[in-house]
Ligand binder design. Structure first.
Ligand SMILES: CC(C)(COP(=O)(O)OP(=O)(O)OC[C@H]1O[C@@H](n2cnc3c(N)ncnc32)[C@H](O)[C@@H]1OP(=O)(O)O)[C@@H](O)C(=O)NCCC(=O)NCCS
Length: 162
């Protein structure tokens, strides 16, 4: 029988103080650094869901809505929103936390898809995702459609590459 995992069990929250080595000439964090944080946080969420190795298959459009300043705290929060057969979708939001007031503002968000692998590196089935809130159910309901759009984009890219 397939294992069931609650969305809450997949949650991952990570925080870092933004260091000078992670910033550009404007004193705000590099986009590539934010992408790396997103990928790591999402991978941990995916592993908490399937309890196996995972690989990143894709990251949807990433929009940087606001910068994060040197000395501020970058908070990255992820959770699984949808599960297919061997793949799962993770939503990640990136917040900037003012270290003095504690106020948090959203700076970026992304959806990533991971594929679960067994010990031999072959794709393996993922558990069933258990949603417990209306918000979680709403996110899950759109998952099949979002995944279809990704696979269509992959097919278009493959056609373009030949
Ligand atoms: C991701 C990868 C495992 C997919 O393998 P594949 O044999 O092409 O995959 P399939 O077409 O059989 O699809 C397997 C699953 O992945 C999903 N998938 C494949 N490509 C995808 C994409 N671009 N975006 C989202 N999902 C994708 C499929 O929908 C399928 O999900 P399902 O089982 O839930 O229906 C393979 O392309 C790969 O290893 N890519 C490199 C991964 C990597 O190096 N990442 C960076 C470092 S971790």
């Amino acid at each position: 029988m397939s294992r069931h995992v609650r969305v809450a069990e997949t949650r991952c929250e990570m925080s870092w103080i933004v260091m000078p080595s992670q910033t550009n000439a404007l004193g705000t964090v590099f986009g590539g650094q934010v992408m790396a944080w997103i990928d790591v946080c999402a991978a941990i969420s995916a592993q908490r869901f399937c309890r196996s190795d995972v690989v990143t298959a894709s990251m949807d459009q990433l929009v940087f809505e606001a910068p994060i300043k040197h000395g501020w705290v970058a908070v990255v929060i992820g959770h699984v929103t949808w599960a297919g057969t061997t793949s799962m979708e993770v939503h990640v939001e990136v917040l900037a936390e003012d270290p003095y007031s504690g106020a948090r503002t959203q700076t970026a968000e992304a959806r990533l898809t991971f594929v679960a692998l067994d010990a031999d590196g072959n794709k393996r089935r993922v558990p069933t995702l258990l949603c417990e809130t209306d918000e979680q159910r709403e996110a899950q309901n759109g998952g099949r459609e979002r995944q279809q759009a990704r696979l269509e984009a992959r097919a278009r890219a493959r056609r373009g590459a030949t």
